[in-house]
Design a protein around this ligand. Structure first.
Ligand code: ADP
Ligand code: MG
Length: 342
């Protein structure tokens, strides 16, 4: 409770960092998400993800992206340090997944981190170790790319550790994150190894259907209907499962805006309306929807986790997605249309 006899004081920087890290790193899956985003921003075509103990034992993400130049390494774990934007105005044209410069700084304030990186044609790579708030580095061998290993997650934040669910549940969240990014980037090969066992392996052929086969099952993927439409600056592409492949919950909907995984109740509603009258009551659609629109038409700077998004023209997007999915379904689906919405 507020007590006027206790003076107001500035918090020390370590405390500030840990409080702020809570917004970025909610659970192990948030770490995996941030590391994948960084790898994709670095142009990786192969991404290997390894986790142990639901992510609290180990999270390791290795990529074959551009690597980090030795001159940039001193700032890599500093919060608000980024190579992706230089001013707030850059956000209106943003195509990279990251821009806040917060992920690595936040992760290192709640875990131990080892970063092994090398740029092309460098005589050697570099291993940077950050443990208990101290950083050390030394030359180390590696081909071009970056591997980041995160261990002892939340060891200094027992309240957060307590809030975590079972390893199986946390692993489920991680599988969901990897599945989303694999679907967002069919041209990238993703592997996920859970406690030593291969859990996901997408082929990276560039064909969404091939990745969908790994994530949603071969049978569903082979029956999915292409969704493809464009109107002025807006375009949609993706796959929608026939209504009889509906699920008992909402886990089958995947949305990407400019290749960024987003959570959008508005887009979910648009797709659900597109299936209106086609699905058995109590079933939900399965669909992967990619929207492309000018970055200036959206705002992604709503929450540090960057999965929420604001569209400047909500209604237009809603109608466009609903109609595109609807026509794909009706054009191809042999199921009669009941109660077509006006
Ligand atoms: P942001 O992604 O918002 O820039 P991060 O804290 O996630 O902030 O990363 C800080 C910086 O470290 C990035 O801007 C990038 O320059 C570099 N970086 C991080 N991960 C990688 C990676 N896997 N490959 C290349 N560079 C990376
Ligand atoms: Mg990042």
């Amino acid at each position: 409770m507020y007590n006027p006899t206790v003076p107001i004081k500035l918090l020390d920087s370590k405390t500030v960092a840990r409080i702020a890290a809570g917004e970025v790193v909610e659970r192990p899956a948030s770490v995996v998400k941030e590391l994948i985003e960084n790898a994709l921003d670095a142009g990786a075509r192969n991404l290997d993800i390894e986790i142990k103990g639901g992510g609290t034992g180990l999270i390791r993400v290795s990529d074959d992206g551009c690597g980090i130049a030795p001159a940039d390494l001193p700032l890599v774990f500093t919060r608000h340090a980024t190579s992706k934007i230089t001013s707030f105005d850059d956000l209106t044209g943003i195509m990279s997944l990251g821009f806040r410069g917060e992920a690595l700084g936040s992760i290192t304030s709640v875990a131990d981190v080892e970063l092994l990186t090398a740029v092309a044609n460098a005589p050697s790579g570099c291993l940077v170790i950050r443990r208990d708030g101290r950083t050390s580095d030394k030359p180390a061998a590696r081909t071009r790319g970056t591997s980041i290993s995160v261990s002892h997650l939340f060891k200094a934040v027992p309240a957060r550790l307590k809030f975590l669910k079972t390893d199986a549940t946390e692993t489920g969240h991680i599988v969901n994150v990897v599945s989303n990014y694999a679907l967002a980037r069919p041209e990238v090969r993703f592997t996920l190894t859970v406690d030593g066992r291969r859990s996901l392996n997408t082929p990276g052929t560039g064909q969404l259907r091939d990745t969908a086969a790994e994530i949603l099952g071969r049978e569903t993927a082979s029956r999915m209907i292409d969704v493809e439409a464009a109107a002025e600056s807006l375009s949609v592409s993706g796959l929608a499962a026939p209504p009889d492949a509906g699920r008992a919950n909402r886990t089958g909907l995947f949305f990407f805006v400019n290749q960024r995984w987003v959570k959008s109740p508005m887009l979910s509603r648009a797709v659900e309306e597109a299936y209106h009258g086609l699905l058995t009551v109590g079933r939900y659609p399965v669909a992967v929807i990619n929207l492309t629109l000018p970055p200036a038409d959206i705002d992604i700077n709503i929450h540090p986790a960057k999965t929420e998004i604001k569209f400047h023209q909500d209604n237009r997007i809603f109608n466009f997605v609903r109609q595109s999915v609807r026509s794909a379904l009706i054009g191809e689906s042999p199921v009669p249309v009941i109660g077509e919405p006006v």
